[in-house]
Design a protein around this ligand. Structure first.
Ligand code: UDP
Length: 254
C-alpha cells in the first residue's frame, strides 16, 4: 500500500510530515487509492499505549497527521523537526473546499454525532459550497441492525470521501473494520467536527489555538474532559523518558 514518505516516530507511533496534506489526499482521490487518515494527538497516543487494537490501526493507517499541540511539540523539541500543527477539522475543511472547486463531483458521506448533527453539518457545507456532492449522512447513535443498513448504504453508494465522527478510539476502530465496504475511499476520523459545523459547539479562538492552548478551551467548554486530559502530562513525562532511554541505549551502542 502506498504511504506518505516522510515519517517520524512519536512514542513508537508514526506521524507523516508533508507540506500539503490536502494535495496528497486529492491525489489519492484522483487515483482511487483507498486511504485511512488518523489525526494524532497526545490523548490518542496515550490511549494507544493501553489499547493495542488502536495502536495497530494507527500503525497501519496510510496517513497520520500531527493534529495535537503535544505531538507537534514532540516533533519540534525532541526530534528537531520543523513541523506545523494540522488539526483534523482544518484538513477536512480544506479537503471539502478543494473538492468543491473541482469539475468532477466527488461523493461525500458524513457519519457520526447525535441525531440530526451530521445532517445539519452537511446542510451547512452544501450551502457554503454548492458544488459539493454530499450523498448521505448517518447519526453515530444507533442499533446494530441500523449499522448493517449503514454498511449496505455505504457499499451501494460507494462514497469517495467518508468522514467518521465517533470520537477516539471508536472511529479509528470502526474505519479499520468497515473500510472494505468502500475500498477506494478516503476515510477520515474527524472527532467532534460535525458538532462544530452544525453549530452545536464552537472552536477555540484562534489566539488560543495558535498558542497550543486549544485543549484549555475544550476543558472550559466540556469540564468532564478533565480525566481524559490527564493524558497530556502523562504524554509529556513519557516523551522525556522515552527520548532519554532511547538516547542512552543509542549512546551505549556507540
Ligand atoms: N459520538 C457518536 N457516537 C458514539 C459516541 C460519540 O457519534 O457512540 C460522537 C459525539 O456525538 C461527538 C463525537 O462522537 O460528536 C466525539 O467528539 P469528541 O470531540 O469527543 O471527539 P474526540 O475528542 O474523541 O476526538
Amino acid at each position: 500500500m502506498y504511504k506518505s514518505d516522510t515519517k517520524f516516530s512519536v512514542l513508537g507511533l508514526p506521524v507523516h510530515v508533508m507540506s500539503n496534506y490536502p494535495y496528497w489526499l486529492l491525489q489519492c482521490l484522483q487515483e482511487g487509492r483507498g486511504t485511512h487518515v488518523v489525526t494524532l494527538n497526545a490523548e490518542m497516543t496515550m490511549q494507544a499505549e493501553r489499547n493495542s487494537s488502536l495502536a495497530e490501526v494507527i500503525q497501519n493507517a496510510d496517513l497520520v497527521i500531527p493534529d495535537g499541540a503535544g505531538v507537534v511539540l514532540y516533533l519540534q523539541c525532541l526530534l528537531k523537526q520543523e513541523v506545523q500543527r494540522c488539526p483534523g477539522i482544518e484538513l477536512a475543511e480544506k479537503l471539502l473546499q478543494e473538492i468543491g472547486q473541482q469539475k468532477t463531483p466527488t461523493k461525500i458521506f458524513f457519519y457520526g454525532g447525535a441525531a440530526e448533527v451530521a445532517v445539519t453539518a452537511a446542510e451547512f457545507w452544501q450551502q457554503n459550497i454548492p458544488g459539493l456532492n454530499i450523498v448521505g449522512t448517518h447519526s453515530g447513535y444507533h442499533s446494530p441492525e441500523e449499522e448493517q443498513k449503514l454498511q449496505q448504504t455505504l457499499a451501494q453508494l460507494q462514497p469517495q470521501v467518508i468522514f467518521v465522527g465517533l470520537g477516539v478510539p471508536r472511529q479509528e476502530l470502526w474505519i479499520a473494520k468497515n473500510r472494505h465496504f468502500c475500498p477506494d475511499a478516503i476515510w477520515v476520523g474527524v472527532g467532534g467536527s460535525f458538532d462544530i459545523w452544525s453549530g452545536k459547539k464552537t472552536r477555540a479562538p484562534r489566539w488560543l489555538a495558535n498558542n497550543n492552548l486549544e485543549w484549555l478551551y475544550r476543558l472550559y467548554q466540556e469540564p468532564w474532559r478533565w480525566r481524559r486530559m490527564l493524558a497530556l502530562p502523562e504524554f509529556v513525562l513519557k516523551a522525556f523518558v522515552y527520548q532519554f532511554t532511547t538516547r542512552s541505549i543509542n549512546s551505549a551502542r556507540c
